[in-house]
Design a protein around this ligand. Structure first.
Ligand code: TYD
Length: 141
């Protein structure tokens, strides 16, 4: 059976353990594969809520649970993979054209996102039917 490429890629960021507290770095030397154009973070997610549920046409993103934990499910229209992010030095790379849903946020969880492009609503595909149509048109499965 052919080995199927994973939908996401975990990048181990450089981490400097210190008795005063630990420090993690995200930059080009540390394995971020694109220049970071934008950073945002998601906080105060009520229990049972989910975020995401969209794909991007061009934007690439790195997600990190800098505090607490959450699950992210990636979907390419054919198969799904769920990652449980729970360590501040573990970064998940999500490439363009992959549908993602974030859920199961722990209390106090902080999801940091590093994005390859500035915010652009036109870059979003927010309806799953539109996503399936996008896949058909782009043959990106
Ligand atoms: P959205 O990306 O839909 O959140 P989620 O990751 O849960 O899907 O963004 C929610 C709102 O925030 C939406 O109205 C757009 C706005 N927003 C910005 O203005 N700039 C940004 O960089 C981001 C990520 C969102």
């Amino acid at each position: 059976m052919a080995h199927e490429k994973t939908l996401g890629r975990i990048i181990a960021l450089p981490k400097y353990d210190d008795p005063r507290g630990n420090l993690t770095v995200a930059d080009g030397q540390g394995g971020i594969p694109f220049p970071i154009a934008r950073t945002y973070w998601i906080t105060d997610v009520p229990g049972g809520e989910s975020r995401g549920a969209h794909a991007h046409r061009q934007c690439r993103e790195i997600l990190v649970a800098v505090s607490g934990s959450f699950c992210i499910t990636l979907d390419n229209g054919e198969r799904r993979e769920t990652y449980h992010l729970k360590r501040p030095w573990e970064a998940l790379l999500v490439e363009t054209g992959v549908w993602r849903t974030l859920e199961d946020f722990s209390s106090g969880a902080v999801c940091l996102v590093l994005a390859s492009l500035p915010f652009d609503e036109d870059d979003y595909i927010r309806q799953y039917d539109d996503y399936l149509q996008y896949l058909k048109e782009n043959h990106t499965k």
